[in-house]
Structure formats: C-alpha cells, structure tokens
Design a protein around this ligand. Structure first.
Ligand code: COA
Length: 171
C-alpha cells in the first residue's frame, strides 16, 4: 500500500464545509454542521483534527474526553483517499495529543459490519469488550464497544512507535 502523509492539525470553523461533505458521504447517520461547530468550540472536552493535503481536507476525527478517558466519536476519510494511511496519521496525532492531556484509556463504538474500521482500531490496540444492541438508529445495527488498555504505559508506547515506523517505511 502506498501511503500519503497529510498535515494533521486542529479543525477550525472554516474547515466545517469540507468536513461536512466527507461526513455525509461516509456515514449513514451523519452529524450536522452544527454538531461540528459545537465540537470545535468546546475545546476543554473535545478535540477534532483534520488531515489536509494542500488546500483540501481529506479526513478528520473527533474525540471527547473526560477525566482520564477518551472517546473516539467520529473518524472518516474521503473515499478517494482511503487505504493510504490517512486515518492512521489522524489516530497517531490524536493519541499523542491526548496522552499529553493525561488520558489513560480510549473507547469507541463501531458498527458490527464495519470490519475495515475495526482493523484500524485493533491496530491501535483496541479490544472488543462489549456490544450495544441496535445502537445505530438508521438500521438498528449492533455496536461493538472497543477499549484500549493504558495508553501511557510502555507496552502501548512500543505499539505506537511500531505503527509510526511501519507508516514511515511505506512512505
Ligand atoms: C475507517 C476509515 C476511517 C479508515 O481510513 P483509512 O484512511 O482508509 O485507513 P488507513 O489507510 O489508515 O488504514 C488503517 C487500517 O485499516 C485497515 N484497512 C485498510 N483498508 C482495509 C480494507 N480494505 N479491509 C480491511 N481493513 C482495512 C488496515 O488495518 C489498515 O492498517 P494497515 O494498512 O497498517 O494494516 C475509512 O475507511 C472511512 O472513512 N470509512 C467510512 C467511515 C467510517 O466507517 N468510520 C469509522 C466509524 S466507527
């Protein structure tokens, strides 16, 4: 797989139109523009990042965090740029930033059928730990609940370095 290295930075209000276009093409139950606008205002508990190539936003992710837990609430990459390491770059940057904020464990929900996203999360040390029945309102699909272990410990840091190295080797 050939990978691309985007610039990863915090999402701002001017990014919302491009982000929203990716969101509506990627998710059956998309967030509204207003949701993104709210997420980027509440910086104390939220973090949204974009991956940018030149002037174009090609992917984004959002996290919510409280105390020492982080919740990945949204991640998507524009279809033409998928499978090129963009989500991996976003996750690497997000994990690095939240460790600095004292976050110890990450969680998220993912559709049972979304094996591609599950592979991404498993690569980042998430493990399936539960199931929420009929969680998704569009088709009543079940959500798998994933958690990491302590992302500040040496084992996780080793995994983190391996993911980064693997990506560097493919660029
Ligand atoms: C899930 C998604 C964000 C991944 O983004 P991406 O930029 O394509 O991901 P990457 O290129 O960084 O690949 C990450 C990992 O996903 C896995 N992966 C990639 N393509 C895959 C495929 N076709 N089948 C299975 N796993 C795949 C691999 O584990 C890959 O890591 P590796 O190449 O080191 O093994 C993207 O597919 C997407 O936007 N999907 C629609 C929205 C969505 O489902 N979001 C998640 C909601 S929970």
């Amino acid at each position: 797989m050939i990978t691309i290295k985007p610039e990863v930075r915090e999402m701002t209000a001017v990014d919302v139109d491009q982000v929203y276009a990716i969101e509506t093409s990627a998710h059956a139950n998309p967030w509204s523009r207003l949701t993104f606008q709210r997420e980027i205002v509440n910086k104390r508990h939220n973090m949204c990042l974009v991956a940018e190539l030149g002037e174009s936003i090609v992917g984004f992710m959002c996290m919510y965090h409280v105390l020492d837990e982080g919740h990945v609430t949204n991640i998507a990459v524009a279809a033409p740029y998928q499978n090129k390491g963009i989500a991996t770059h976003l996750m690497l940057e997000a994990v690095e930033r939240v460790i600095k904020r004292g976050i110890k464990r990450l969680t998220l929900e993912v559709r049972k059928s979304n094996t591609k996203a599950q592979h991404l999360y498993i690569k980042f040390g998430f493990k399936m730990s539960g199931l929420r029945k009929a969680y998704y309102t569009d088709n009543r699909e079940d959500a798998l609940v994933f958690w990491t272990g302590d992302i500040s410990d040496e084992n996780y840091q080793q995994l983190f370095r391996e993911i980064r190295q693997n990506l560097d080797d493919r660029e």
